[in-house]
Design a protein around this ligand. Sequence first.
Ligand code: GAR
Length: 196
Amino acid sequence: MHRKRLVVLASGTGTNLQALLDARDLGGDVVGVLSDRPAALALDRARDRGIPATAVELGADRARWEAELCARVADHAPDLVILAGFMRVLSVGFVHRWPVINVHPSLLPAFPGAHAVEDALAWGVKVAGVTVHFVDELVDNGPVIAQEAVDVLDDDTPATLHARMRRVEHRLLPSVVRAFCADRVDRDGRHVRIRP
Ligand code: GAR
């Protein structure tokens, strides 16, 4: 079995990217990192490891931006594309070209969108969580691969809750990627199973 080629898309601080870079026995290599934000810390984390890191900024022409992003991803011939805090929606052409997974800070289908942690706190839920899912053309909609609950504490702020969620993400995302790289992820419509 060949080592899988992984491309990570990230808009922000890139702690999930870092968790992938630090993971042992992943069975694959992050061969490229792309961002929509030139200042994204994620790009620096990649460059620190000698991994090609490129920003493709969204301009007035969204279709052109996505075509450029798609071309840069294709340059790396990925087996898997990982959205790790990538805060843009991708079109059907992109998400069906490669397997694409996303990590999201809620127990989907609760609290999709860009403000999941704030929305969960505003709703007053007692249990929040983290989802890793396949990406389809709708926002935070694709088949769930793995989920883990995170208790909400009475005095949580978005920052404290998100910090505990990130700790879970840094374990859950690499474990899913490890399973993918070992061809242990079976998908049947919406139903995904990870074989031991
Ligand atoms: C993560 O918590 C991830 O779940 C979230 O952005 C954060 C990125 O953190 N993603 C979304 O909200 C997607 N809708 P990081 O840049 O430190 O990895």
